[in-house]
Design a binder for this molecule. Structure first.
Ligand SMILES: Cc1cc2nc3c(=O)[nH]c(=O)nc-3n(C[C@H](O)[C@H](O)[C@H](O)COP(=O)(O)OP(=O)(O)OC[C@H]3O[C@@H](n4cnc5c(N)ncnc54)[C@H](O)[C@@H]3O)c2cc1C
Length: 556
């Protein structure tokens, strides 16, 4: 339920009490978000759509935001850059650990409270939450139970089994959503997260929320009396089919664009080692390009609690277990029947036992104990450049390859052929180790793997198997030699997942500028918001719901 103003010209006086607008205007081509916004000449502004609340991003935070805003009586438009709703949440595991005394907790006789939720998530012994913003965590704890009930009221169904304790908590809180259906066109990859977002989408549509898909926000429009970072947020500019549309938000714009992992420049502000070779989870379904953060920063927004990205806990950077494919995130194995499979390319070979492979860097050398799952392993991956010679990039560690032989294929019961592997640069085989080294090539492998180095690495590793001891990296009792052709190389570079830093918000999810002031009319939720290093759905659904409520209740 939103007003469509296609082609109409809205008098400037209707919307701007004073000053110019930052960001776009009639007849003005919208620049890429990364460029600084130029103030627009005073005059008439053409708005194509209008609503009380405009939500940017139809994922795990945007959908609750839209429903909650509509529940308060606001007209709501949700836009999404993708051709479908859902974002990362669509392909997620649907694990939603919310507590505080939910109906399902009570059903299983579990006592919990908002205070206990708060204490569990501010415990200084817990490295994950240690640097969180206490104000935000308090609000989140207070809204836990209400958000869980809100999800149920809006159609989400959870597996009715006793919950588990997660996130270092003291009380069982984890319930898992049921997949929406067994139709892959609806669920995309059959993931439980589809049950979360499809039910919320259905509820939002039934309540009158308007969805504009394939609309990509490029700019936030802000009224400005005297400086580019002054005044109220008025709406956004989005591109659709190469054209710009301006969408007015009478009460508020909610940024719910899902974070920044896929934006190499942006993520390197937090960790310069995260160069382009690192894949990001959730692709090729949706990408986290930091477009919400950048548009908000263009009009003065601040980031918040940035140290959280370096807490070295959880899935921020993830060791992949699905190897030999481009998109091999640990908790997402692409189904060949998925409508996205053409773009995903392959499912990957799932490593059950890292005794079956060695992992080498781009110069063919091992760098760590392959069975390690901790940040020691990931830090070793990120720093494995070695001496790459003149002109080499030296920030990230470069590609990581799993090397194994046909013995490993048998033990793991792999079928090393498409659609399990992607032979367009992510999986190679050869009859000798030297031939294998010569074949390894893709956009991130900037020079051939030296054949001699890879042969030496394999020979050395085989000697460790004979000796029963890995003298270099302490892999516990190396078990299997790499000796029976054919030999294989499979893409195994780590994958980036969570965004644990983003825009600064307050308890109402209002975005705060670099001077500590509220940016009137701008809200943020989800992985684009900073302050609380909690993984995934429990964080983003709560903040989304609160952002929707607060934006709807704001003065027009
Ligand atoms: C494989 C996988 C498994 C996961 N499993 C779990 C789990 O079991 N439990 C858990 O708690 N978390 C899980 N997560 C994490 C969880 O899914 C995310 O934290 C959550 O979806 C983030 O919500 P969000 O609203 O911030 O972003 P998203 O859900 O990603 O939604 C963002 C939306 O914004 C859109 N968008 C981006 N830029 C623009 C733009 N410029 N204009 C318009 N639209 C834009 C995107 O297309 C997308 O639809 C998983 C993630 C993945 C990838």
């Amino acid at each position: 339920m939103a007003e469509k103003k296609k082609g109409s010209v809205v008098s400037r006086r209707d919307f701007f009490r004073k000053g110019a607008v930052v960001g776009a205007g009639a007849g003005m081509a919208v620049q890429a978000t990364a460029q600084a916004p130029a103030p627009v000449r005073a005059g008439r502004i053409r708005f194509d759509h209008i609503a009380d609340v405009v939500v940017v991003g139809a994922g795990a935070s945007g959908l609750p935001a839209s429903i909650m805003a509509r529940d308060q009586g606001a007209t709501v438009i949700v836009i999404d850059a993708n051709h479908d709703i859902g974002g990362h949440a669509m392909v997620s595991g649907g694990r939603v650990p919310l507590g505080g005394g939910t109906s399902l907790q009570k059903k299983y006789g579990i006592t919990d409270s908002a205070d206990q939720v708060y204490l569990d998530h501010t415990n200084h012994r817990n490295r994950e939450f240690r640097f969180g913003d206490r104000d935000l965590i308090r609000m989140w704890a207070d809204e836990n139970a209400a958000t869980f009930e809100f999800l149920i009221e809006n159609g989400v169904t959870f597996n009715d089994v006793p919950p588990a304790i997660v996130n270092g908590g003291t009380v069982p809180r984890l319930f898992v959503a049921k997949p929406f259906s067994d139709n892959l066109n609806e669920t995309i990859n059959g993931s439980p997260g589809s049950g979360l977002v499809r039910h919320l989408e259905a509820s939002a549509r039934a309540k009158g929320v308007t969805f504009l898909l394939r609309h990509k926000m490029t700019r936030i429009l802000r009224e400005s009396a005297s400086s580019p970072s002054g005044g109220r947020v008025l709406g956004i500019t989005a591109t659709v089919e190469g054209k710009d549309v301006n969408i007015q938000a009478r009460r508020g714009v909610i940024i719910a664009t899902g974070g920044h992992t896929a934006n190499v420049e942006f993520r390197r502000m937090f960790d310069p080692r995260l160069t382009e070779e690192y894949q990001t989870a959730g692709e090729p379904w949706t990408k986290q390009m930091a477009e919400g953060e950048l548009a908000a920063m263009d009009i003065g927004a601040s980031l918040w609690a940035t140290s959280n990205t370096a807490n070295e806990v959880g899935y921020t950077i993830t060791k992949t277990i699905h190897i030999g494919c481009r998109y091999g995130y640990r908790n997402l194995k692409w189904n060949p029947k998925s409508p996205m499979f053409d773009r995903a390319g392959a499912s990957g070979l799932t490593v059950q036992d890292f005794q079956n492979v060695i992992l080498v860097n781009q110069i063919g050398q091992r760098f760590w104990n392959e069975t390690d799952e901790t940040y020691n392993f990931l830090n070793a991956c990120l720093g494995t450049n070695g001496n790459m010679g003149k002109g080499a990039k030296v920030n990230g560690g470069g590609p990581i390859w799993a090397i194994f032989d046909s013995g490993a294929v048998q033990r793991e019961r792999w079928d090393p052929r498409p659609p399990n592997v992607d032979q367009s640069g992510w999986f190679f085989s050869a009859d000798t180790v030297a031939e294998l080294a010569a074949k390894i090539s893709n956009p991130y492998q900037l020079q051939p793997v030296p054949a001699r180095a890879l042969e030496e690495t394999v020979a050395k590793y085989n000697s460790y198997v004979d000796a029963g001891k890995d003298q270099e990296f302490g892999k516990p009792t190396p078990k299997y030699k790499i000796q029976t052709p054919p030999f294989y190389a499979a893409w195994s570079t780590p994958i980036l997942h969570d965004c644990l830093a983003g825009l600064r918000i307050n308890r109402k999810c209002q975005v705060i500028d670099i001077h500590g002031r509220v940016i009137p009319g701008l809200y943020c939720a989800g992985e684009s918001a900073g302050g609380f290093a909690l993984h995934g759905l429990p964080r983003v659904t709560v903040f989304g719901r609160v952002a929707g409520r607060e934006a709807a209740l704001a003065k027009a």
